[in-house]
Design a protein around this ligand. Structure first.
Ligand code: PMP
Length: 353
């Protein structure tokens, strides 16, 4: 029979975001930019001591415990912090809250592919200025009229980082729009745009626990910005789903933030492995824009990226590849442990003659 055409007509049709594979067996997993090291040791302790009786109750809808810990860590007021279920949840609510203009929002043509999905889902007009050949944003593209701006810094999947001077220039030219900087990978890069939030009340910085804090499985993200922007974000959140972060994520997240030393050590290790991996890739003939995230976006002049992707996968080494224009000759390789990278490079050394 099938669904009646008139019913079909009223169903929202969307092209969803395609997440990277999560194979349910052990592979060398360098495909979704997770952290190869465990979360802060205190998190394990919190889990061990957790009383399941606490699960009877709804979690705190304001997630105060976590919000206060983040506010302390980033030296802002708790009213400037908005937590959510991973930065995907936070970003999606930001689209819904801040991008309500008839004018198109702007984001780069090569970027986090979820932006386009949210724009389509919420029927927000959008325009995608092209990155240049080096995968850099042209700042003048963002001087045009718009209904808002969003980009990751470092960008994904390119790992290219723009200095704060660039962000500030975009902010200066866009006093009348909300500018969202998605800093999922900033801890591996350089300065965060958080430095600018006091000066620009139209700036929102979004970060995550999934990368530098090794907690992708807990689903925690947050936005930090001007109190008034955060208030509007909360109004939309409470119109959608008030209990977002679950009880365990709240207490584990707060515990992770308390351990600054572990956080910094973890980042240093990954940066060290990344820098070594750049040398190895260059020796094998790969080219890549300078990577400032926990992944490297690499292309080889003599081997198609798809061929390499499939050969690696056959050897149980998972990296990410997109069959889309402009980037189909690239592989995005997450920085794993030293040992995982050794296995990757052993394979590539044999494959690339
Ligand atoms: N922004 C960017 C640029 C990302 O690459 C990712 C990870 N896929 C996210 C946001 C979302 O991460 P999460 O929802 O795990 O915080």
């Amino acid at each position: 029979m099938g669904i009646h055409p008139n019913v079909l007509k009223n169903i929202r049709h969307v092209t969803p975001y395609v997440p990277g594979e999560q194979p349910q067996r052990k592979v060398i997993k360098l495909n979704t930019n997770e952290n190869p090291y465990p979360p802060a040791p205190g998190v394990r302790k919190v889990l061990e001591e957790f009383h399941t009786d606490a699960l009877r109750l709804y979690p705190d809808p304001a997630a105060e415990l976590l919000t206060e810990e983040l506010a302390r860590f980033y030296e802002v007021e708790k009213e400037q912090v908005f937590p959510g279920v991973g930065s995907d949840d936070v970003l999606s609510l930001c689209f819904l809250t801040f991008f309500n203009s008839e004018k198109p929002i702007l984001f780069p043509d090569i970027t986090y592919s979820f932006y386009k999905v949210w724009a389509e889902l919420y029927r927000i007009p959008y325009r995608c200025p092209k990155l240049d050949k080096e995968f850099r944003m042209n700042r003048a593209d963002y001087y045009q009229e718009n209904g808002g701006i969003i980009f990751p810094n470092p960008n994904a999947p390119t790992a290219v980082y723009e200095e704060l001077e660039f962000i500030e220039d975009i902010l200066e030219h866009n006093r009348e729009s909300v500018v969202i900087v998605d800093e999922a990978y900033v801890d591996f890069a350089g300065k965060s745009a958080l430095e600018l939030i006091e000066r620009y009340d139209n700036l929102l910085v979004v970060q995550t626990f999934s990368k530098a804090r090794s907690m992708a499985g807990m689903r925690i993200g947050y936005a930090i910005g001007n109190k008034e922007l955060i208030r509007y974000l909360n109004d939309v959140k409470y119109s959608f789903n008030s209990y977002t972060l679950n009880q365990l994520s709240l207490i584990c997240g707060a515990e992770a933030v308390r351990d600054r030393a572990y956080f910094e050590k973890n980042i240093r290790k990954i940066i060290q492995t990344r820098e070594k991996a750049k040398g190895e890739l260059a020796n094998l003939g790969f080219a890549f824009p300078d990577a400032k995230a926990n992944f490297i976006f690499a292309t080889h002049p003599d081997y198609s990226a798809e061929e390499l992707f499939l050969a690696l996968k056959k050897a149980d080494i998972y990296v990410r590849h997109w069959n889309s224009e402009r980037i189909k000759e690239y592989l995005r390789i997450t920085v794993g442990t030293e040992e995982e990278m050794r296995i990757l490079f052993d394979f590539l050394k044999h494959y690339i003659k």
